[in-house]
Write a protein that binds this ligand. Structure first.
Ligand SMILES: [Ca+2]
Length: 247
């Protein structure tokens, strides 16, 4: 009954109304979702994931005891230590590939700790990717960019691939060398909402196609332009929760 009331309340919300004050209700709603996936890395071997990119000549991906002293047990570590060249791309992330895409709204959260040089010394950096078709092309990314000299989160590939049209709802610098919680909520209407440490910072509408919003695959870690020659990223407590239906 409670679930039904929550669902009715959620459906009654227009997309723009999903603000910080709704976050607790959204968390509660999705805590009972039919599909639940969590990676806290305590397996220390990435067994929570479907696949992970092997180490490269210029980076590694491994599960290590939390080096920040934050009591997180094991965390996922991605590290870049040299340039992969102007045409290269760093792909230091594990992936989650669902057997079947889930159609409907979903919620994802992840904690991230990042040390990266200023934007003028590096290329683009992406912290998370979510696909809505199993092709790694129909997707959107939660990326790091710079506005007024400060690192900030942005959304990319919205509404379409290669585009970056989103609404900024709060100007909040992305702090380096600090754990940050990012929450991504895709509503039934197809609006993407991104929260940084409980504050709604970004909103965008995605062109989902006639099938509507869905989640098929995702990755979290260091996905960065080849010219970037240093970045150190930690991830922990990554979740994906959906009430969607497979098709
Ligand atoms: Ca952990």
């Amino acid at each position: 009954m409670k679930w039904m009331i929550a669902a009715i309340l959620l459906m009654a919300l227009p997309p723009a109304a999903i603000g910080t004050d709704e976050l607790d209700r959204l968390r509660d709603h999705y805590s009972r979702a039919g599909f639940q996936w969590v990676a806290n890395h305590e397996s220390a071997d990435f067994s929570e994931y479907f696949w992970r990119h092997p180490d490269t000549a210029c980076g590694w991906l491994m599960a290590i005891p939390d080096p920040t002293g934050s009591g997180r047990g094991y965390v996922s570590e991605s590290q870049i230590f040299c340039s992969a060249g102007q045409k290269g791309i760093h792909r230091l992330y594990p992936t989650l590939n669902l057997e079947k895409c889930l159609y409907g709204s979903y919620y994802s959260s992840f904690d991230v700790w990042l040390s990266a040089p200023p934007a003028q010394e590096r290329g683009w950096v992406s912290l998370a990717t979510y696909t809505n078709v199993k092709n790694w092309q129909d997707l959107f990314g939660v990326n790091l960019d710079t506005e007024d000299g400060q690192p900030v989160l942005v959304l990319f590939h919205v509404p379409k691939f290669g585009q970056g049209r989103f609404k900024r709802l709060a100007r909040l610098a992305f702090p380096m060398k600090q754990w940050v919680r990012i929450e991504v909520v895709v509503s039934e209407q197809g609006t993407i909402n991104v929260f940084q440490d409980e504050k709604l910072v970004l909103q965008a509408v995605k062109d989902w196609g006639s099938a509507g919003p869905s989640i098929c695959e995702a990755h979290w870690g260091l996905y960065a332009e080849g010219k970037t020659d240093f970045a150190h990223l930690l991830n922990d407590d990554i979740t994906l929760r959906s009430n969607g239906h497979p098709k």
